[in-house]
Design a binder for this molecule. Sequence first.
Ligand SMILES: Nc1ncnc2c1ncn2[C@@H]1O[C@H](COP(=O)(O)OP(=O)(O)OP(=O)(O)O)[C@@H](O)[C@H]1O
Ligand SMILES: [Mg+2]
Length: 268
Amino acid sequence: MNDGIAYKTQKQPQKRGEVLICDLSVEFGKGEKKTIALTPTDLELKPGTFTALIGPSGCGKSTLLNAVAGFVTPTSGAVYVDGRTVKKPDESVGVIFQNFALFPWFTALQNVNFALKRLDLSRAERIERAHIALEEVGLSEHAKKYPGQLSGGMKQRVAIARTLSSDPDVLLMDEPFGALDAQTRLRMQELLTELWSKREKTVLFVTHDVDEALRLADTVYVMSPSPGRIVEKISVDISRPRPIDQFGEDFLTLRKQILQLLREYENE
Ligand SMILES: Nc1ncnc2c1ncn2[C@@H]1O[C@H](COP(=O)(O)OP(=O)(O)OP(=O)(O)O)[C@@H](O)[C@H]1O
Ligand SMILES: [Mg+2]
């Protein structure tokens, strides 16, 4: 009879991947050359949630993401990942860029394997993990190909496999599909939704594309430049998957709202 109570009071394992951004601001340069890339910003990314940042060029999207990644030092405030202050890049946070950043002289498998060398794994374990990661992104058959022999979408799949193979709790993606053609981009959005649902990572995703943000995210933050800041939080309460040809009224309303915001702040 007591089983239910015992179960409820048992401490549940804590989900990892909580990101807290507290009073974070970033300035570059000094004096007349000073750029306020990001004014003081507070943001909370709950474990396993998908957040998109959208806004015009120069509004501080990459700066915000790079501060979470530990690539940029805050001028004020701090970023915490699972309670730890971010001071430098860390294995618990994976980053994926638009330009894939693969080594051209390594095969797909070798690229993933190379990234795993940071971890304390045997060579056999590394190779096994690399194969599993490539399989997850549907690239098993291309494991032995070099980046030059792969399409843009395939290269980005290798980059995703490489990052996921280290099993980070947080995934930062800076316009990852920006260089891909429209069809490939849609397929990559589907793959990412699938991987995210399965692996329960906390994702922070930068994009210029309103439809992409609405297709992927739980929450979309709209940003504005000069100085860089968040101007609106939009909750996307639409069930997944979100097929592009079945977007309903709720989607169209949010799209209109975001486009209006982007236009409004563009003319400020
Ligand atoms: N390392 C740097 N040194 C000086 N200024 C910088 C640096 N990085 C960014 N900035 C400036 O900070 C502002 C925000 O840049 P950021 O790259 O974050 O914008 P973004 O929103 O990612 O733009 P885009 O959509 O073009 O990628 C811009 O004015 C940019 O010129
Ligand atoms: Mg950028």
